[in-house]
Write a protein that binds this ligand. Structure first.
Ligand code: TGC
Ligand code: FAD
Length: 390
């Protein structure tokens, strides 16, 4: 018997194919076997389990939508969403490792790279032989990446790259980085920077209270000579990294609901087992209210995510639609984590239960890939036609 019974109050499974359900249960089994038994310990010790990279490669968690000829899974976006949902049910930091590799490293190389670049990098990234990272955010340019100062100069036979990126998931262990930098005309391009290039370093960021099992760091470029063939040739401008973010934010919309499901599941079990005043706390109306609201919000988000997946598959999803889903899912998950924490009473703050870890993780998820308020402003711009960013 599956110990985790995902809520499916509106029979959303009927909207999934047999393949979707198979993918979901194989990733769920993997998470139960390879992540859930160890994640509290990794998170408590701020340990990134590097061996998970190869294992993610083996189960097809990297680049599921990338065509099979490049090592990807050749799957649709609902499959991708389900994979992210199941991994994040285990831990948001583990999902970060997978979504950065798939949506932010493999996707730009596949979409904007040359055939040589696709063949050189994608199979190794898909299999987990190489780990990648994505450098957009800078110390002084987070929500406003268009203001970036990292730059490269054309030196004839190579480019010379200078600058720094901050808050980069996977960076301390990454073999390659997809880096966004401005050329001498101020135009943004993507470059593949490889570990070992002189002048390139990846210092680790310590002291995080969130995503503790994910490794985060900087990217520092001090006169790094980047071969000309490492520039992604097929798209430039801020739109290129923003397209990658569309794909990653879609995965986060599904992933965050995975974390919410885990909190709901744990809260429901705890409420049925924990006795106070001679009764399970699940018999009190206030506890039932919390559980009913959790289930309602999870169900609404599942439907939104599923519909967005269909639009993604049809190539019709827009950035504001993706913003709405990312923003909604993370907010719902954070609120569910907080309510679940209350249901667990004092036990909710310990590593005996996954709640506090999910809650702390979600404080990063609500900020990265566009903050909660930036996504609101993207929607506000769509509704009114007035950009309120500046
Ligand atoms: P704006 O003027 O709106 O757009 C600039 C140019 O880009 C075009 N564009 C798009 N193109 C393709 N796809 C999209 N989704 C696009 N969105 C915009 C746009 O048409 C324009 O083109 P052109 O030719 O006119 O120049 O740009 P803006 O500077 O006003 O910024 C808009 C804003 C604030 C929404 C955007 O900058 C933004 O989304 N900021 C948030 C930054 C962000 O999300 N950073 C994430 C970093 S990566 C990360 O967090 C990874 S964590 C992963 C993990 O661990 O899981
Ligand atoms: P700021 O942009 O300084 O924002 C601070 C506050 O001001 C926020 O509340 C924001 O909403 C608000 N604000 C900013 N502008 C406006 C405005 N116009 N109107 C209203 N409010 C505004 N980046 C990468 O490139 N690659 C990665 O792999 C990556 N991984 C990350 C991993 C972690 C754990 C974290 C925490 C971040 C990661 N990021 C990554 C960076 C992330 O994308 C940024 O933190 C995020 O975009 C916000 O930028 P900032 O932290 O500089 O905040």
């Amino acid at each position: 018997q599956d110990a985790f019974d995902h809520p499916d109050f509106y029979a959303i499974d009927d909207l999934l194919t047999e393949e979707h359900k198979l993918i979901r249960s194989s990733i769920r089994d993997f998470v139960k076997r390879e992540i859930s038994p160890y994640i509290e310990d990794w998170a408590q010790r701020a340990h990134f389990p590097y061996e998970i990279v190869k294992k993610f490669g083996e189960i097809g968690a990297f680049g599921p939508t990338v065509p099979t000829e490049y090592g990807g899974g050749g799957l649709d976006y609902i499959s991708y969403g389900l994979i992210m949902q199941e991994i994040e049910r285990g831990d948001s930091g583990m999902r970060s490792t997978a979504s950065v590799q798939g949506s932010l490293v493999m996707y730009p190389i596949y979409k904007f790279g040359s055939e040589e670049q696709r063949k050189k990098y994608l199979p190794k990234l898909a299999s987990g032989e190489w780990l990648g990272c994505f450098g957009l955010t800078e110390p002084d340019h987070g929500s406003n990446p268009g203001g970036m100062v990292t730059n490269f100069k054309d030196m004839g036979d190579h480019y010379l790259l200078n600058g720094a990126k901050m808050w980069i998931s996977n960076s301390p262990k990454a073999d390659i980085a997809v880096v966004w930098a401005k050329n001498e005309q101020g135009r943004i391009h993507g470059l593949v920077v490889e570990r070992g290039m002189p002048g390139f370093s990846t210092p680790e960021t310590h002291g995080k209270w969130s995503l503790r099992a994910s490794t985060t760091g900087e990217l520092v470029f001090d006169n790094v000579k980047v071969p000309k063939e490492n520039l992604l040739p097929n798209k430039s401008g801020l739109g290129a990294p923003l397209m990658c973010l569309d794909s990653a934010r879609f995965g986060i919309a599904w992933g965050a609901i995975g974390a919410a499901m885990d909190c709901y599941d744990s809260a429901r079990r705890y409420a049925l087992e924990r006795v106070q005043f001679g009764k399970p706390i699940a018999s009190f109306q206030l506890v039932q209210k919390k559980l009913a609201e959790m289930l309602t919000e999870i169900t609404k988000a599942q439907l939104l995510n599923w519909r967005l997946g269909v639009l993604m598959n049809e190539g019709k999803a827009t950035t504001p639609q993706i913003s709405m889903a990312k923003r909604n899912s993370v907010q719902v998950a954070l609120e569910i984590a907080r309510e679940a924490r209350q249901i667990h009473g004092g036990m909710g703050i310990t590593g005996e239960y996954p709640i506090m870890r999910h809650m702390m993780n979600l404080e990063s998820v609500v900020t990265y890939e566009g903050t909660h308020d930036i996504h609101l402003l993207i929607l506000g711009n769509t509704i009114t036609g007035i950009p309120a960013f500046v």
